[in-house]
Write a protein that binds this ligand. Sequence first.
Ligand SMILES: Cc1cc2nc3c(=O)[nH]c(=O)nc-3n(C[C@H](O)[C@H](O)[C@H](O)COP(=O)(O)O)c2cc1C
Ligand SMILES: Nc1ncnc2c1ncn2[C@@H]1O[C@H](COP(=O)(O)OP(=O)(O)O)[C@@H](O)[C@H]1O
Length: 317
Amino acid sequence: MQRWHGLEEVPGDWGRSVVTIGSFDGVHRGHQLIISKVVEHARELGARSVVVTFDPHPSEVVRPGSHPPLLASHRRRAELMAELGVDAVLLIPFTLAFSQLAPEEFVERVLVDALHTELIVEGPNFRFGHRASGDVALLAELGPRYGFSVDVCDLTVGAVHGDDTDGEAVPCSSSLARRLVAEGDAAGAAEVLGRPHRVEGTVVRGAQRGRELGYPTANVETLPHTAIPADGVYAGWLTADGERMPAAISVGTNPTFDGTARTVEAYAIDRVGLDLYGLHVSVDFLAYLRGMEKFDSIDALLDRMAVDVKRARELTD
Ligand SMILES: Cc1cc2nc3c(=O)[nH]c(=O)nc-3n(C[C@H](O)[C@H](O)[C@H](O)COP(=O)(O)O)c2cc1C
Ligand SMILES: Nc1ncnc2c1ncn2[C@@H]1O[C@H](COP(=O)(O)OP(=O)(O)O)[C@@H](O)[C@H]1O
């Protein structure tokens, strides 16, 4: 899969494209549906599939300070899109100037001049151009002039979760996944995303206390704006150097030790002698086990950690 950063990186001799445009944060099940459609149509038409996305999140430019917590880095999104068979991802720097393009200019520069778009696939709520004034009706109107057609499809995929929905399927969306992650509902988030929520980062030094407790934990320094699950203890996986290891994960300030910094730490169950410092690792959150607690003694914490680890081992088996 090709990755282009900016319109100027699109090869001049790039052929015809089937395109979808969006933020695609988390590449959740609704995103997966639309991207699969793009890939399928491209194969039928003998064209190539392209996903157009933006960095930073458009809301940060339109309303500074409103950057939402991110479910996936652009690197991770690209990885997931490659798995779906996408030929190229075009990441457009979302500058103030870009945000001010009139919808028709946006169509000309991105869809027509750069990508030679034959078909664009979007959900009915797609908006683009200055003040989000372009919509699918405008795309359909401009299509004949520029030689592309528009496939507007219902991209709603339902996920059942929680007690507050009476068992009703709720449409998958990035904001729903963000809310579930923030509430610690790892299982609900996994249902929306189609896989456990992942947090990535570099392993940094902590208080060096874990090894003394018998549970060394890799402390993961996450990227800015990462969607970090609610404080608590989780079962999941720690992946390092391509190896996926069952893990018991702690998110919080280590209140038993009167800590103040909020950390994401993962103990790779039953593994000894790992050296993960400085590595880029990922932590997948499969299930919420319990809340973070301030224990009266280290023994009480250790008793509880033994129970957590046993449960995490069972869940990741
Ligand atoms: C499965 C698990 C559960 C944990 N639960 C708690 C907890 O309830 N309260 C708490 O203060 N710390 C908890 N911790 C965090 C430990 O206090 C922390 O891993 C330890 O202090 C080591 O910190 P260090 O990596 O900075 O050395 C938990 C850690 C793990 C792996
Ligand atoms: N089973 C394991 N799970 C996680 N990290 C481990 C494991 N075994 C060894 N390590 C190493 O030990 C470090 C964690 O030990 P710890 O005493 O908690 O130190 P720190 O406070 O610096 O995180 C990890 O960063 C990793 O390099």
